[in-house]
Each structure stands twice: as C-alpha cells, then as structure tokens.
Design a protein around this ligand. Structure first.
Ligand code: NAD
Length: 497
C-alpha cells in the first residue's frame, strides 16, 4: 500500500486530495488497507463554497432533482460490486450484507425521487388564499457514523437534495473509503457542487458544524457527540437533526413460543455484529420461558459462522474498530464481575482481527453497565422477569428511547404494553423493521428530529407561509376582528338582539 492508494474527496465535481492523510484499517486483519485525505480548513471552506454556489440553480427545478436522484440510484446499483468489497474491507461486515447495504442506499434515493410533496392550502376563497410551503435551507452539513455508513448517508443525501438543498458530507474516519467512492459515483448524476464529500480526523466534524454558511447539520452518531453538535449549533440557531444512540429493549411475554422467536430475536440483536443503533440490546424474558429461550439463543450464538467478511459463508464479521472492541470487552468483563454468566462467548477470539465471540449473558439486571449502557457489539444480556409491569419499568429505565419490541403469540393484546414503552418506534414480533416511508426517530437522549418518509423531507426545509388577499377582503377581516373585540369589551358578545 502506498499514498497512491489514497481515496479522493469530491468537491465541486472534482476529485480532491490533501497533503495530509490518515490510514484506514481492515478490522478483520488489523492491516492498513488505504489512506483517506485529512481535509484541511481551506479545503473545507472550498467544499462549502462549492455547495453554496450550486444551490440557486439546484433549488429551482424539482423535476430535474427527481430525475437526478433516479439516475443516482441506478448508478449506485450498477457500481455495487465496486463499493461493497470496499465497505467490507473497512467496516468488517459480511460481503452479502455490504451488497444489501448498497441496495438499501439506492432504495432511499429512489424513494425520495418519487415522493409526492405538495404545499398545504389552509384557506382558499375567491378573495384570499393561505398556503404553507416548504423551502430548502441552503447548504446542509451531514455527519455519519461507521456502522451503516452508506445507507445512513443516503438517509440524509436523498431527502436533503430532493428538498433542493446542497450538501457537504463527512463520513466517519473509521470508514471513509466506501462513502468517498459512493459520492464520487453519485456525482456523475449531479451538477457540480450539489453533493460534496470531505474526510478527516477531528476537528473536521466540529469545523463543519461551526461553518456559518452551513444552515443545518444532520448528524448520526453517539449521544455524547450529538450533545457537542447541538451545543455548537445553538450559537448560530443552526437547525439540527440528531440520530443518536439506542439501548433497545425486547420484552418476551409468557405466551411467546421460544422456538418461534429465538432466531428473529438473535438476528435483531447480532446483525452487523450488534453494531446497529436500533438493534435489540437487552432482552427481558418471562421466567416461565427464560431458560428455554436462553438455551436456544446460546446455541445460535455458539454456532453462527464468524470470520472475515470477505470469506464465503461468514454471517458475522469482526467488531469494526479497536476502540469499539475495547468497549465491548470492558462491558462484558464488568457484567461477569457483577455476577453475570456468559452462557455463550464471553471474550475476544484468539488471533488477529477485532473478533469478539457472540456472547449471551444471564444473571444480571438493570444497574449493570451492559444493561444500562449501549454496548454496540455482539454481547446480549438476557434478564428474567415475573410481572409485565416490572418488565415495562425496567425497559423504560434508561436514558435511551430509540426502538423497542414485544414478542408474543397475541400481537393485538400486546398493543397496550407497546403504548407504555418509551421509544420512538415499537414493534410487535419484529424489530428494526425500517423502511424509507416510515419515520425513524428517537425519544429521550436517542435523538432530536426525524429521518425518512415525508417527515424526513420536511427536516431539510423551513416553513414559508404565503398568504394573499385583496385589500377589500383584508379590510373586511380587520373590521370583523375589531367588531368582535368591541363586543367583548362592552359585554355584548354572544348577546342576541
Ligand atoms: P461518534 O459519535 O463517535 O461519531 C459520529 C460522527 O461524528 C463521526 O463521523 C465522527 O467523526 C464525528 N464527530 C466526532 N466528534 C465530532 C464533533 N465534535 N463534532 C462533529 N462531528 C464529530 O459515533 P460512532 O462511534 O461513529 O457511531 C456509533 C454511534 O452512532 C452509536 O451510539 C449508535 O447508536 C449511533 N447511531 C445512531 C443511529 C440513529 O439513527 N439513531 C444510527 C447509527 C448509529
């Protein structure tokens, strides 16, 4: 590998390098696989200026934007075989999952290309009309994490561009290569400057947030970083959407069939090696079926093929980066020290790579870090409960509120329980059933604002009320208000004559 293997940023439609670079590591081998440019302040300023320059023309023609997004979706799909291996190499996920991620990213682009969006008409008379319209904001700064880098980028790119904004996007320094490549590919379908990428180590993200010409920050990442972004954006009353951490509970009711739910619960927790904001991160199981479900989950954890994502047949790759691996080790060690039992896995896999054996832990409860905090890795605590109200209280007993699920043979009867869970999304008999048309939003410290669906489009706009009337109708309205006020002050309001 040499500096010639450096990926390029795309700024104003051009491939851009930087004299400073940082290395990208394959988590399956711990070997370097390439470099990415470490964007310097003047280059970031150039990216924002390119986006500002592209904005007036881009915002003017909605049909052109729809066509461009459709073309982008097609180009992305046609390049899936280029991007997916890059994603697997830097992120660790199995190649089949990387392909699925590229397909999902294209799906979001197509969805927003086809979304119908009309102004709301509040009043329409021969003399006056009041419309609520939506206007693009200008330059949007997008900041993404390393777990689902491509699809989470298109959750921002697709609605922001469709609404008429332009963008500067910064991927995580752990997984910059696939995003830089994707943005290079998408640029073939877009006017220069509409979609720009910058890569780099901190303080690049903080500088993007601080840039005065950036009108909104759409951020996905940890709650701790989200707090910093919100606080920095507040100085300029900058709009923010914050999709933050989760600690999703699953409650398994006594009427659930362990055999019927085990596999779905397992994959809802372990897909992407547990590194999904909206993964199941703790399971509350009724005591009558606890032992049977634990045994099934432990069997699945012990038998799932784990290895480098590029190896055929592998279902779980390594933890994506060293700091995250260290965190998972720390939380599992802490759980065992607190009296927990690892009935499957329990530690790092020997040899090279950031592999952690899929782990099922029993015998712990709320109050232990593995239950209270977001582990974001392949280690799942299973907690026994007796009374449903107690399970609900414990499920609600963290600061997070992203997703939640209930598992039962009577989905209708579970609705009143779902209504009590403090989450932005509650599923019954599935988890993380995310589609482009549904709102995706956390409550409590899991976030602020919404992604996806028409709600996600609105987040990239300001409201503009357009109210027109004739002078005569305006005068009539003024007189009606004055007369009502007069009646109120003289006590004749509502009196009949
Ligand atoms: P992170 O907060 O460490 O980093 C996220 C992004 O912010 C990265 O691009 C990073 O470089 C950048 N960044 C770091 N410091 C910054 C600063 N001061 N200002 C601006 N940007 C800064 O998160 P991560 O470790 O990359 O991702 C994992 C976290 O993301 C987990 O907590 C997970 O739950 C969360 N996540 C949430 C969602 C959601 O939709 N709610 C989706 C995926 C991941």
């Amino acid at each position: 590998m040499s500096p010639a293997d450096t990926a390029r940023m795309t700024i104003g439609g051009h491939a851009v390098d930087s004299p400073d670079r940082f290395v990208v590591i394959d988590p399956a081998t711990e070997e370097p696989i390439g470099f990415a440019p470490d964007c310097q302040p003047e280059t970031l300023a150039g990216a924002v200026a390119a986006a500002e320059q592209a904005f007036p023309v881009w915002r003017a023609d909605d049909d052109a934007r729809c066509d461009a997004l459709r073309a982008c979706a097609a180009m992305l799909l046609s390049e899936a075989r280029t991007i997916a291996p890059l994603l697997t190499a830097e992120q660790g996920k199995p190649l089949a999952s990387a392909h699925l991620e590229v397909v999902a990213a294209a799906t979001w682009l197509s969805y927003y290309a086809d979304l119908e969006s009309e102004p709301t008409t509040l009043r329409d008379t021969p003399d006056s009309r009041v419309e609520v319209r939506r206007r693009p904001l200008g330059v949007v700064g997008a900041i993404t994490p390393w777990n689902w880098p491509l699809v989470l980028a298109t959750w921002k790119i697709a609605p922001a561009l469709r609404a008429g904004n332009t963008m500067v996007l910064k991927p995580s320094p752990f997984t910059p290569l696939s995003t830089l490549k994707m943005i290079e590919i998408l640029n073939a379908g877009l006017p220069a400057g509409v979609l720009n990428s910058v890569s780099g180590l901190e303080p690049l993200g903080a500088r993007l947030v601080d840039h005065p010409a950036v009108r909104k920050i759409s951020f996905t990442g940890s709650t701790a970083t989200g707090q910093k972004v919100a606080s920095a954006a507040a100085h300029q009353i900058k709009r923010v959407t914050l999709e933050l951490g989760g600690n999703d509970p699953a409650i398994v009711l006594p009427d659930a069939e362990p055999e019927a739910v085990a596999e779905a619960i397992f994959w809802s927790a372990f897909e992407n090696s547990g590194q999904t904001c909206v993964a199941i991160k703790r399971v509350y199981v009724h005591e009558s079926i606890h032992d049977e479900l634990v045994e099934l989950l432990a069997h699945l954890a012990s038998s799932v093929p784990v290895g480098p994502g590029c190896d055929p047949g592998v279902r779980l790759g390594p933890v994506s980066n060293r700091p995250q691996l260290d965190r998972v080790v720390e939380l599992v060690d802490d759980a065992v020290a607190a009296g927990g039992a690892a009935v499957a896995g329990g530690g790092r896999r020997p040899g090279r790579g950031y592999f952690f054996a899929p782990t099922i832990i029993t015998g712990i409860d709320n109050g232990v870090r593995l239950v209270d905090e977001e582990q974001f890795g392949p280690a799942l605590p299973i907690i026994k409960y007796r009374h449903t109200e107690d399970a609900i209280a414990r499920a609600n007993g963290t600061s997070f509120g992203l997703g939640a699920s209930i598992w039962t043979s009577d989905p209708v009867a579970a609705v009143p329980i779902a209504e009590q869970l403090e989450a932005g999304m509650t599923w019954i008999n599935q988890h993380a059933a995310v589609t482009p048309d549904q709102p995706f939003a956390g409550v409590k410290s899991s976030g602020l604002g919404v992604e996806n669906g028409p709600w996600g489009l609105d987040e990239f706009t300001d409201i503009h009320v357009l109210s027109r009337t004739t002078l005569a109708a305006a005068e009539q309205q003024r007189q009606a208000i004055a007369s009502a006020a007069q009646q109120l002050s003289t006590g004749t309001a509502g009196a009949t004559s």
